[in-house]
Write a protein that binds this ligand. Structure first.
Ligand code: F6R
Length: 261
């Protein structure tokens, strides 16, 4: 796991975007795993800017969202289907139909989840997965207690996650759905490169556990310690509880350019 401590979240976003631009240069039809929420917004802003500058195209790429709320009407502005389009997909030349996400209105949820796993596999698997991390340590919506081997399935959101996300629902926690469909930890672990981005002191404990805690279902992101290629992009606040900051800074500062992220 490579930890990169950036001066601020904008710089972290630029590094994440650069990794995606480099991937699409080598592989224009790459498969991207897409996160929603606040954390990846600087990545998406930078990708939109680099697309406008003619530096990158998503025309041949595919995308798979991590998760979706269960039960929100299709035209609700906070479905992750709609959010990822507003925040990213419609700002670049992504083909709308090439970006899929879990169907929170599926009549047969287990059958849908199996078909989502099959669609990711059929696309050749995820080349680069963008992740945020919840204050409770979730990745995707794999809440504490999630099986480290889990695949796409329905989950119950914790009260804390619903409180954290109430800001998108008029600050009214009762409007936040109670259930979601999320890629599992096993699904996320199958991605070839994982770029996790976090900012702010409210993420500092989850980031400390992610990188330096014991691997445990209590902090689901810790499963990434078993992945061979994870890049963690942090601002100073999110890095503030880490124990080995000196080492992480030194390692990144002396990294040869050819290595990339
Ligand atoms: C979103 C997702 C979640 C968020 C996490 C952090 O698709 O899967 O794991 O990444 O809840 O949310 P923000 O970035 O809004 O702090």
């Amino acid at each position: 796991m490579e930890i990169v401590i950036c001066p601020d979240a904008v710089e972290a976003g630029k590094l994440g975007a650069a990794a995606i631009v480099a991937l699409l240069k080598r592989k224009p039809d790459a498969v991207l795993g897409l996160a929603t929420g606040s954390s990846p917004l600087h990545i998406y802003d930078e990708l939109a800017a680099r697309y406008e500058a003619g530096e990158v195209s998503f025309a041949q790429a595919k995308g798979f969202s991590l998760d979706e709320y269960v039960g929100l009407p299709a035209d609700h502005p906070e479905t992750y289907h709609n959010v990822i389009r507003k925040d990213f997909v419609h700002r670049v030349d992504f083909d709308d139909s090439a970006v899929r996400g879990p169907d929170g209105l599926a009549a047969d949820i287990p059958a849908f989840c199996a078909s989502y796993e099959a669609a990711i596999a059929e696309a050749g698997g995820v080349d680069l997965q963008i992740l945020g991390i919840g204050t409770v340590g979730h990745i995707g919506f794999n809440e504490p207690g999630s099986s480290l081997a889990s695949r796409t399935r329905i989950k119950t959101l914790t009260k804390q996650t619903r409180v954290d996300n109430a800001r998108f629902f008029d600050n009214d926690v009762s409007k936040v759905p109670t259930h979601c469909i999320t890629q599992g930890l096993g699904t996320i672990m199958a991605a070839r490169h994982i770029v996790l981005v976090a900012s702010g002191t409210n993420k500092a404990e989850a980031v400390h556990q992610l990188a330096e805690g014991a691997v445990s279902a209590m902090w689901p992101g810790t499963v990434l310690q078993h992945h061979p290629h994870v890049t963690v992009l942090l601002d100073e606040a999110a890095a503030s509880r880490l124990q080995l900051t000196g080492y992480y800074r030194e390692t990144y500062a002396s990294k040869p350019d050819w290595q990339g992220l």
